[in-house]
Write a protein that binds this ligand. Structure first.
Ligand code: HEM
Length: 256
């Protein structure tokens, strides 16, 4: 284990672990975004609620989720540790005089941006993930006409299971935990929407620097692929993904 401690203490070791966990978290963001896009479906939340049951019940996904929580904790606290070490090592004059000379704005604020995302995650997971897993949730009953696709939705009595589905003649009945209504209600509050929009701006700047920097730390930057890495880091992770996430609270706020 001595080599591991030595590797973790070396400046390249610190960066490699931040990069690997950061890129894993980026891959989670894509999956999470695609799943959450179900919120935009005009089906009273049926597709989103079915997706939530799948994500919280499938054993393989459950196993990957534990890796995800470990990566979030490691990336956040190791990042804070590295930031504080760098601050101690850096003479103050350098920060004032040369602060903008060799680095971008996002790169100098990575610690603050990361802390903002961590605070967002604590609020976010307590409200949605924690509530779904550990508290009594509302249930909804959907009756879908299989020939026309029309969906009738109404509140339902709670079940012992997360979801029950059966077909009766031409109708498919689904009774399911209603996470959709929890999300929709949360985004009726302006301050909650503001928190999400500001956090997504922080996420954007964090990823604009972080995505490209991860490839550099892993030695995977090659002139052939640098254009693609820049496009993914700025265009996809810096703009498209945060904008689509921010659109969700805004959409529900203006739907009331
Ligand atoms: C703004 C739009 C977002 C909405 C509406 C949303 C919604 C949700 C909901 C409903 C859950 C609980 C159910 C589930 O596990 O899927 C959840 C879990 C989670 N969210 Fe979000 N989310 C959003 C953005 C984000 C962002 C930007 C991040 C990361 C920076 C994030 C990180 C997480 C994590 C880590 C979990 C726990 C996942 C798991 O247990 O596997 N979410 N989110």
């Amino acid at each position: 284990m001595n080599w591991l401690t030595k590797f973790l203490q070396s400046s390249i070791g610190k960066k490699v672990l931040m990069s690997l966990t950061g890129l894993f978290l980026c891959s989670f963001l894509i999956v999470h975004l695609i799943g959450n896009m179900q919120l935009f479906k005009e089906d009273a939340g049926l597709a989103f609620n079915v997706y939530a049951v799948f994500m919280t019940g499938n054993p393989v996904i459950k196993f990957i989720s534990y890796g995800l929580y470990a990566c979030i904790l490691f990336h956040a606290f190791w990042g804070l540790y590295i930031t504080s070490q760098n601050r101690k090592a850096r003479p103050e004059r350098y920060e004032v005089v040369n602060g903008g000379a060799n680095s971008t704005w996002s790169s100098r604020w990575m610690g603050v941006l990361g802390t903002m995302i961590l605070i967002f995650l604590v609020v976010h997971m307590t409200n949605f993930w924690g509530r779904y897993k550990f508290t009594k949730m509302p249930y909804k009953q959907y009756i879908e006409d299989l020939s026309t696709g029309a969906i009738d939705a109404a509140e339902s009595e709670a079940l012992d299971v997360k979801k029950m589905q059966f077909t009766q003649g031409n109708y498919e009945v689904t009774i399911i935990k209603d996470l959709y209504v929890v999300v929709a209600d949360a985004f009726k509050q302006w301050w909650y929407v503001l928190l999400y929009v500001v956090s997504m701006a922080a996420l954007s700047f964090h990823l604009i620097h972080g995505f490209g920097s991860a490839f550099q730390s892993l030695g995977l930057n090659h002139s052939k692929y640098n254009g693609l890495i820049k496009f993914l880091g700025i265009g996809v992770f810096g703009i498209i993904i945060p904008v689509l996430f921010a659109a969700m609270p805004v959409y529900f706020f203006f739907q009331q």
